[in-house]
Design a protein around this ligand. Structure first.
Ligand code: PRX
Length: 633
C-alpha cells in the first residue's frame, strides 16, 4: 500500500479510519460514537464501547494459542529465566487480581507499582487492567522524594513493591526507600503488597504490609472475570517530567490505547502472533508500558522482560537472547547501542541472529554513526521512532508495515497515521517552510492512545500542552524540529527544561529542587550537556551559602560528593548530575531569569547567544572558569 494515501485517509476521515482499526481488538460492546471532540482539546475515542486491556493482551490469546509463550522473564542479575505461556500468564494474572481484590482494590482505585523488572510487575499491571484499577508504575531507579510526590498525587489504595532490585550483581534495596516515601507522603496507602526476592532485608509493617507469596498461595485457583471498561475510563497514570518540579500524571484511556497499540504493532513493528518481541526498556518508562507489556501481548507475541545490564555477563547477552528465543523485532535506545559499540564485536557476531527482522530505536536522537554501525553489524532495517510518554506510540517513524519507504540517517521519519504534525515558528506561530527550525506541534484531535489529560488536573493539561501559541490551540511536543524538502523530520532538542540522559527523561527543575536541600547550597542551575555516550548528562552549577567551605579543590570535591548523595537519596541515582561546579554567581537576566541555555552553550563550547538582557556578563566567564578548573580535577 502507498503510505501517503494511508496517512491521508487517517487525517481526512479519522473516524472511518479508526473505526476500521478498532477491529484489531476485541470489544465486549461496540462504540456508539467513534470520536467525540466536542470539548477540545479533549478527545474521546470509541465512546460507549466496552473492552479490557488485559482481555486483549492475555485471555484472547490464552483461548486461541494458550500453549504459546507469552512472557519470558530473564534476569542475568539473579540468573533466573522463566517462560509463561498465555494460559499460565492468565492464571498468574488472575491470582494477582484476586490478591488485589482481597486487599480492597476495585474499579477506578489507584495502585502504585514500584518494582524491578520481574514477572510479578507485569502480573500486577495486567491484574489492575483486568479489574479496572488504575496502575501507576514508578521507575525502580527513583528514590524516596520522587516516589512520595507520586504517591501524593495518585493517592493509591495499594502499593505493590519488592524487597529490591539488582544492578551489576549488587542488590538495590527498595523497602527502606518505600517506607521513607510513605512517611514523607500525606496520602498513605492502606496496604503494601511485597514480593520477597530474598535480595535484601525487609521488615513488614504490621497491619499494612503483606507478603505476595502468602496471599498468592491462598488464591491459586482464583478465577477473576474481566471488568468491561468503557473505552474512556482511565487505564493508567504514568508520571513524567516537565518544566516545573512537580511531575505530571499522564493519564491514558482503555479502548483508544488498545487500538493504537494494536495498529502500531501491525504497521510499525510488524509483529505477528507467535513471534517474539524484545524491548530492552524498563516497565517504569512509557516504552515498557507500550512495548514490553501491552503492545506485544495484544499482538499475540511473546514478550521478553530482561533484568540486567546490556554487557553482563558479557556484551553478547542480548544477542544470545535474540538467538535463543528467535526474536523477530527488537526495540532499544541509542545509548545502549553506543555502549555496545565500545565492546569487541565478536560478542554479537557469535550468535545466529537470522530471526531478527528489524531493530527499533527511540527515546533520544539517533546519531548517524551509531545507526550505521549497528546496521553494518545486523544488516536489518534500523528504524528510528520519535514519540513521548504523552503520546504512548510513535509520532514520527517509517511504517514499514504499510510501505517500505527508505529511512534517512538522522531523521526519525515522517508523521505517523493519525498525527497532524506541524512545525511552527516560535515567535510568529506561522508554519515553517522546508529546512526551517520550529516547534513540533500536533493539531487536535490527538489520535487514539495519546494522553487524555493530566491526572486530576484538566486545566494543567490545557495550560501546559495546548497554550504555547495564543492564536491557535495546538499540542506542543516541546521539541524543536525541522522538515526537509521531502517531508522527513529532524528533531533538534527540547524547547523546555527537560533533559534526556541515556534515553531517560528528567526535569532539571526537580534536580535543582533536590540539590537546594543541601545545607550549603544557596542557588543552583542544572543544565543538560552533550555527552558522547549518554546523549546528555546533567551538570549542576551551585552558589554556596558559605563560600569558605568550597574554597579548596578538596572541599569542592567533598561537597560535590555530598550533593550526589542528596540526589541519590531523594530522586535516585538516575538523576544524579555528572558534575557539580561551584560558582560565585549565576548568569541571569536583569529581571532575574536564569539563563540556562547560555550556561548550556558555554559547557558545550558554543556561543552563549544574545546577551543583551544579561545582568552581569562576568557571570558567564565564571561558569567557563569553573568548568575548566573543575575538569582538571
Ligand atoms: O525530546 C524527545 C525525545 O524524548 C522525549 C520524550 O521522552 P519520553 O517521554 O521519555 O518518551 C520516550 C518515548 C520513546 C521527546 O520529547 N525523543 C524521543 N524519541 C526520540 C527523541 N528525540 C529524538 N529522536 C527520537 N527518536
Amino acid at each position: 500500500m502507498n503510505y501517503a494515501d494511508f496517512y491521508q485517509r487517517s487525517i481526512a476521515t479519522p473516524e472511518q479510519f479508526w473505526q476500521d482499526e478498532s477491529a484489531l481488538i476485541h470489544w465486549n460492546t461496540p462504540c456508539t460514537q467513534v470520536l467525540d471532540h466536542s470539548n477540545p482539546p479533549f478527545a474521546k475515542w470509541f465512546v460507549g464501547g466496552t473492552t479490557n486491556l488485559c482481555y486483549n493482551a492475555v485471555d484472547r490469546w490464552a483461548a486461541s494459542q494458550g500453549d504459546k509463550a507469552a512472557l519470558i522473564a530473564i534476569s542475568t542479575e539473579t540468573n533466573t529465566e522463566r517462560s509463561y505461556s498465555f494460559t499460565e500468564l492468565q492464571r498468574e494474572v488472575e491470582r494477582c487480581a484476586a490478591v488485589m481484590q482481597s486487599l480492597g482494590v476495585g474499579r477506578g482505585d489507584r495502585v502504585l507499582i514500584y518494582m524491578p523488572m520481574i514477572a510479578e510487575a507485569a502480573f500486577a499491571m495486567l491484574a489492575c487492567a483486568r479489574i479496572g484499577a488504575i496502575h501507576s508504575v514508578v521507575f525502580g531507579g527513583f528514590a524516596a522524594n520522587s516516589l512520595a510526590s507520586r504517591i501524593d498525587d495518585a493517592k493509591p489504595v495499594l502499593i505493590v513493591s519488592a524487597d529490591g532490585g539488582s544492578r551489576n550483581g549488587k542488590a538495590i534495596p527498595y523497602k527502606h526507600l518505600l517506607d521513607e516515601a510513605i512517611n514523607l507522603s500525606s496520602a498513605k496507602p492502606a496496604k503494601v503488597l511485597l514480593v520477597d526476592r530474598k535480595l535484601a532485608a525487609m521488615e513488614l509493617v504490621a497491619g499494612r504490609d503483606v507478603d505476595y507469596a502468602e496471599l498468592r498461595a491462598a488464591h491459586m485457583d482464583a478465577q477473576v472475570p474481566v471488568t468491561w471498561m468503557e473505552s474512556n475510563e482511565p487505564s493508567y497514570i504514568l508520571y513524567t517530567s516537565g518544566t516545573t518540579g512537580k511531575p505530571k500524571g499522564v493519564q491514558r484511556d482503555v479502548g483508544g490505547y488498545a487500538v493504537a497499540l494494536a495498529s502500531s504493532m501491525k504497521y510499525n513493528f510488524c509483529g505477528n502472533a507467535g513471534e517474539t518481541f524484545f524491548a530492552t526498556s524498563d516497565i517504569g518508562w512509557v516504552v515498557g508500558h507500550s512495548y514490553i507489556v501491552y503492545g506485544p501481548l495484544i499482538a499475540g507475541m511473546a514478550t521478553i522482560m530482561y533484568e540486567g545490564m546490556p554487557i553482563c555477563p558479557d556484551p553478547g547477552i542480548w544477542w544470545s537472547i535474540v538467538e535463543k528465543y528467535k526474536v523477530t523485532r527488537m526495540f532499544s535506545a541509542p545509548t545502549a547501542i553506543r555502549v555496545l559499540r565500545k565492546q569487541p564485536p565478536e560478542y554479537m557476531r557469535k550468535y545466529n541472529l537470522t530471526s531478527l527482522r528489524a531493530l527499533y530505536l527511540a527515546g533520544e536522537p539517533l546519531d548517524e554513526t551509531t545507526s550505521q554501525w549497528i546496521y553494518d553489524e545486523l544488516h536489518v532495517p534500523i528504524i528510528d521512532n520519535y514519540w513521548q510518554t504523552e503520546t504512548g506510540w510513535p509520532i514520527l517513524s517509517i511504517a514499514k508495515g504499510i510501505e517500505d519507504l527508505p529511512t534517512r540517517l538522522g531523521s526519525p521519519g515522517v508523521p505517523m497515521y493519525g498525527y497532524k504534525v506541524k512545525l511552527l515558528n516560535e515567535s510568529t506561530g506561522e508554519e515553517c517552510g522546508a529546512n526551517e527550525k520550529g516547534v513540533v506541534v500536533i493539531e487536535g484531535p490527538l489520535p487514539p492512545g495519546c494522553m487524555q489529560t493530566v491526572y486530576g488536573d484538566d486545566q494543567r493539561f490545557v495550560d501546559t500542552y495546548w497554550s504555547t501559541f495564543t492564536d491557535r490551540q495546538v499540542y506542543s511536543t516541546f521539541d524543536w524540529g525541522l522538515r526537509d524538502a521531502d517531508g522527513y523530520y529532524f528533531i533538534l532538542g527540547r524547547t523546555d527544561d527537560v533533559i534526556n540522559v541515556a534515553g531517560h527523561r528528567l526535569g532539571t527543575r526537580e534536580i535543582e529542587e533536590s540539590i537546594t536541600s543541601h545545607p550549603n547550597v544557596s542557588e543552583v542551575a542544572v543544565v543538560g550537556v552533550e555527552d558522547k555516550l549518554k546523549g546528555q548528562v546533567a551538570v549542576a552549577f551551585v552558589i554556596a551559602k558559605n563560600a569558605a567551605e568550597v574554597s579548596s579543590d578538596e572541599q569542592r570535591a567533598a561537597q560535590e560528593k555530598e550533593i550526589f548523595a542528596v540526589v541519590d537519596r531523594q530522586l535516585g541515582a538516575v538523576a544524579r548530575p555528572a558534575r557539580v561546579f561551584f560558582v560565585p554567581q549565576l548568569p541571569k537576566t536583569r529581571s532575574g531569569k536564569l539563563l540556562r541555555r547560555s550556561i548550556q552553550a558555554i559547557c558545550e563550547g558554543r556561543s552563549p547567544g544574545d546577551l543583551t538582557a544579561i545582568e552581569d556578563p562576568a557571570s558567564l566567564q565564571q561558569i567557563q572558569n569553573a568548568v575548566q578548573n573543575g575538569l582538571k580535577n
